[in-house]
Design a protein around this ligand. Structure first.
Ligand code: HEC
Ligand code: HEC
Length: 197
């Protein structure tokens, strides 16, 4: 948890933030109802909660909408989104997308190397596509795919399992095809690689 004062100080450092009404509104909502789980700047310290700092605004907005409409499971998130409207969602996406992303620490070089190979080349033997084809060379994401660089390994593994079991289905089936071809060891390795980026 980050105290109010620190959040405001950090936010004041974001260029042009004070002039942008969406940013200011977003910060207000974050301090009232998001920071306990995701942190004031989206750099959540618990691996149970995804890091969302520097995530693409279009991706963020879509996820918030999906949670609100029940198109993506997540009891905590559905409750918190219930009475927010479209302009609130836009403001939240502007605010969190403008926070600087952070990287994690990875101390397993062999696992990282195996994970990097999957990220860059996929696995031709099982028909697994390289992650970078959709998530970008540096895992920075696009307007259609999330940033994965620096994300908590546990969160990445959990989401891969949810896609595989079709408990998360808001991705147009793209990740289902990826996840069903990944072995448990490959999932762990690629998550370890990504969290250290
Ligand atoms: C009680 C804890 C809690 C609170 C409060 C909370 N969240 Fe979440 N949030 C979660 C959890 C848990 C997940 C992961 C859900 C899952 O397993 O798919 C999540 C997921 C998300 C995601 C998806 C991230 C991704 O990479 O796909 C976004 C975006 C998000 N939250 C934004 C917010 C915003 C904005 C608020 C405040 C309006 C908020 N959250 C409040 C717990 C919380
Ligand atoms: C064909 C395109 C494609 C490929 C290849 C792909 N992804 Fe994805 N990925 C997506 C899309 C699309 C989403 C979800 C978008 C949404 O929820 O709206 C996604 C979401 C994810 C998420 C959820 C992240 C979050 O913040 O909730 C993870 C984790 C993920 N991908 C990991 C991987 C890994 C690891 C690989 C390689 C083994 C990979 N992806 C390959 C398209 C792809």
């Amino acid at each position: 948890m980050k105290p109010w004062g620190l959040g405001l100080l950090l936010a004041a450092g974001v260029a042009g933030a004070a002039d942008d009404p969406d940013y200011v509104r977003g910060e207000e909502i974050v301090m009232a109802r998001c920071f306990l789980c995701h942190g004031a700047t989206g750099d959540s310290s618990s691996p149970l909660y995804p890091k969302i700092a520097g995530q693409h605004p279009e991706y963020l907005r879509k996820q918030l909408r999906n949670f609100k409409r029940g198109e993506r499971e997540g009891a905590d998130m559905r409750k918190v989104m219930a009475d927010l409207d479209e302009p609130d969602l836009k403001a939240l996406a502007v605010y969190y997308s403008r926070q600087p992303p952070t990287r994690g620490n990875s101390s397993y070089p062999e696992m990282r190397a195996a994970g990097e190979a999957i990220f860059r080349n996929g696995n031709p033997a099982t028909g697994l596509k390289p992650c970078k084809e959709c998530h970008g060379d540096d895992a920075g994401g696009t307007d259609k795919t999330p940033r994965l660089a620096g994300q908590h390994a546990l969160y990445i593994e959990t989401q891969l399992s949810l896609f595989e079991e079709r408990k998360r289905t808001n991705d147009n089936e793209k990740m289902h095809d990826v996840a069903k071809r990944l072995s448990i060891d490959e999932m762990r390795a690629v998550a370890e690689f990504l969290r250290g980026l």
